[in-house]
Write a protein that binds this ligand. Sequence first.
Ligand SMILES: Nc1ncnc2c1ncn2[C@@H]1O[C@H](COP(=O)(O)OP(=O)(O)OP(=O)(O)O)[C@@H](O)[C@H]1O
Ligand SMILES: [Mg+2]
Length: 218
Amino acid sequence: MAASNPASTRVACHCGGGRGAQSGNRRGPTRSEGQQSVASGCQRPALGASERGANLTGMELAIFVGLQASGKSTFYRERLSASHALVSKDLMRNVRDKNRRQLALVRAALREGRSVAVDNTNPSPADRAPLIGLGRELGARVVAYFFDTAVPGCLARNAERQGRAQVPPVAIFTAARRMVAPRLEEGFDALYRVHLQPEGFRVAELPSPKSAHSEPNP
Ligand SMILES: Nc1ncnc2c1ncn2[C@@H]1O[C@H](COP(=O)(O)OP(=O)(O)OP(=O)(O)O)[C@@H](O)[C@H]1O
Ligand SMILES: [Mg+2]
């Protein structure tokens, strides 16, 4: 049940430092679909009550939005792996309908009371809508992490990757054409913009209309 899940008090934790030893070319710990446990160890408290809205389950669905090689998987490993289960199409081998499988995995995690991160490009509102709907249906706080990176940087980082980790550049251009920045109006409870910098990630929350009203600037 959600109430007894230790992860329920650790949603949306951005703890973690720089790139660390696991930020290389997908050499970090990759989890199989059957190993989506929410690891313990992250002790930072959840976001403030005003940011959690009316969510009473303590679960969070974090939807990543970003081009290939924008840093999504590195960010997951460094910032969310202690609190969120991982769902990624990169981990699905021999799965014909990956969207369907993705929804099934998210549903399974949330039904077990676990927070979950969806580590895919999710470029358009149409890609995100079924995930948002599912998260809301199951009572999770639904947030977007927008990896706001330019195409040239993604191409350069992609070119540095080796083997299967490297994607054809055309895939990055295609995703860039489809990319629409996430908006709160899509149904998100909060929106975070992530900037990939040489020294690591910088995360900024965009103010929601609600918090802007309740916490006016002095
Ligand atoms: N702060 C940083 N500065 C420069 N490069 C970085 C930084 N952090 C991670 N990288 C590198 O950027 C590359 C892309 O990162 P990552 O694999 O996390 O991207 P991704 O968004 O998950 O890509 P994909 O969508 O293809 O899975 C990796 O080779 C990683 O080592
Ligand atoms: Mg990745």
